[in-house]
Ligand binder design. Structure first.
Ligand code: 5GP
Length: 206
């Protein structure tokens, strides 16, 4: 990655920690940061748009593209029944063009990315207390009680992986979290610019 003009930023964190809101703010405030749209086999949630929130695709398409080497990384995300993956086409051309690309992916995906791009700026977003996740997931109201309990268990496991990241940011207050991430990115060389129009995901990923 050192030879590439662009930089890769990876943001992870447990479900319910507020990653989507943070990412939305970063993409609005930092026009030179561009999102990689992941592919997934899970169906869209209400309000999610194909090609914006995810490239939604049937399992057969996902497997075909995986076999063809079209993914930089992909996995069945822990605790979900579905596949998720980062397409090479979403990342490599932009890095070569000097863009800053941000991925919102899980820990397993991050470890794969670090093998290919060891200089990736990895940021783990976490709550100051795990109980906050339960409150936020309940407040979201998009899941059945069983799905909620499963997500919470997954989230608790994900929190144990935070040490693998270069940076950890507490999201008790979105303004402070966004400021902390902007500081990390500024120190890595990203400043506000006008190279790209702002992009905001419309869905409810956290
Ligand atoms: P959701 O189904 O709630 O949108 O996302 C579930 C999880 O999948 C989140 O933890 C998110 O970070 C992860 N995820 C989304 N896209 C990707 C991807 O391309 N690769 C990997 N490894 N994980 C992803």
């Amino acid at each position: 990655m050192a030879s590439l003009p662009g930089k890769l930023v990876v943001i992870s964190g447990p479900s319910g920690v507020g990653k989507t809101s943070i990412l939305r703010r970063l993409l609005t405030d930092l026009p030179d940061l561009t999102p990689s749209v992941s592919a997934t086999t899970r169906p869209p949630r209400v309000g999610e748009k194909d090609g914006v929130d995810y490239h939604f695709m049937p399992l057969e398409d996902f497997e075909r593209r995986r076999a063809a080497g079209e993914f930089l990384e992909c996995c069945r995300v822990y605790g979900r029944q579905h596949w998720y993956g980062t397409l090479v086409a979403e990342v490599a051309p932009r890095l070569a063009a000097g863009d800053w690309v941000v991925l919102e992916i899980d820990v397993e995906g991050t470890l794969s990315i670090l093998e290919r791009y060891p200089a990736a700026i990895t940021i783990f977003v976490e709550p100051s207390h795990p109980d906050q996740l339960e409150q936020r997931l309940t407040g979201r109201g998009t899941e059945s009680p069983e799905a909620m309990a499963r997500r919470l268990e997954v989230a608790r496991r994900e929190l144990l992986e935070a040490y693998r990241y270069k940076h950890r940011v507490i999201n008790d207050d979105i303004e402070s979290a966004v400021t902390a991430i902007k500081t990390i990115l500024a120190e890595a060389g990203l400043t506000a610019g006008t190279k790209h129009p702002a992009h905001t995901p419309s869905g409810a990923r956290t």
